[in-house]
Ligand binder design. Structure first.
Ligand SMILES: [Zn+2]
Length: 308
């Protein structure tokens, strides 16, 4: 039995019971997603759907929550074991494959953590989550780990991931799931000979992943006294001095919150919403009327993402 005393005294039994009832999908169990899954398990999340198609490779070990002992095993099995080693009562569905082939597993979850690197997979997940009215938390780590961002996408309340990416990602955004799928590993070469995954330290990845886990936890705590109001839908973290807001240098180890508005002409959430509201006029669809918040700050577009 896991001794939850130190967590229970902070959150209280009712909140822990609430967390234990939630099912969280973690899609992508690389350097970031693997960390998020284990961190959530250590706060009391008990039900997981883990999805990853990759094998733990020797070059992953310097940037992964698992180590040499698990090289050669599917990351989904490795991370599943790491969760069970913390909490033997965890209920884990492990999918060793691409999420694109297994969207049905999202039908039974309460929330989605997006740990994939490929923008193509993020766009596919965006549509799958919108269709199921699932809140999803996305994270991106910038080139050489110099910073990163975490955004929470509430279906039809504010931007979808496609809206968000069109505002914050420069040049590398493709709405087609097929042509942005460069899911190469750290250290491998692209066809043009450049490094597909940037060099970077796990501690810089984990700065972003830890925020992704905290933001996810906060969403899971909805309806409990432990839930905090967050200032905006996006937090951008600096590991190096970063010009996140124009004309202002954000110092290392600090962050800026920015609210990214829905793109009123977004075909992804616009079309899906129309389709859904024709089928049934849901409360969510009505609430989406407020989707156009004003983006008062000018955000420096990073557009550079780490592939892991
Ligand atoms: Zn959209």
């Amino acid at each position: 039995m896991t001794d939850w005393d130190r967590v229970k005294r902070l959150l209280g039994q009712d909140t822990m019971d609430h967390l234990a009832r939630q099912t969280v999908a973690v899609v992508g169990l690389g350097s970031g997603g693997g960390y998020v899954a284990v961190a959530l398990a250590m706060t009391g999340v008990r039900k997981f759907v883990l999805v990853d198609d990759d094998i733990l490779d020797a070059h992953n070990v310097v940037r992964h929550i698992a180590d040499q002992r698990d090289v050669g095993r599917p990351k989904v099995a490795v991370v599943g074991d790491l969760i069970r080693h913390r909490n033997p009562e965890a209920e884990i569905q492990q999918i060793h494959g691409r999420i694109e082939d297994h969207f049905a597993v999202l039908d039974t979850v309460d929330m989605v953590v997006v740990g994939v690197d490929s923008e193509g997979s993020k766009f596919s997940l965006n549509e799958a989550c919108l269709e199921r009215h699932l809140t999803a938390v996305y994270a991106g780590v910038y080139e050489r780990g110099e910073g990163g961002d975490v955004v929470t996408i509430y279906p039809y309340k504010g931007p979808c991931y496609a809206c968000w990416a069109s505002a914050l990602r420069e040049g590398n955004v493709s709405p087609s799931p097929d042509d942005a799928d460069e899911d190469l590993d750290y250290g491998q070469l692209r066809a043009d000979g450049t490094l597909a995954a940037e060099p970077g330290l796990w501690l810089d990845v984990v700065r972003v992943a830890n925020t992704q886990a905290s933001v996810t936890l906060n969403s899971l705590l909805a309806g409990t006294p432990a839930r905090r109001d967050l200032p905006a839908n996006t937090v951008i973290l600096a590991s190096q001095p970063l010009e996140i807001l124009e004309g202002h240098l954000t110092p290392p180890f600090s962050a800026e919150w920015v609210d990214i508005a829905r793109n009123p002409s977004c075909l992804v959430c616009g079309t899906l919403q129309t389709r859904q509201s024709e089928a049934d006029i849901s409360l969510d669809a009505l609430l989406n009327e407020t989707g156009e918040a004003d983006t008062s700050q000018s955000v420096h577009k990073s557009g550079k993402q780490n592939h892991d």
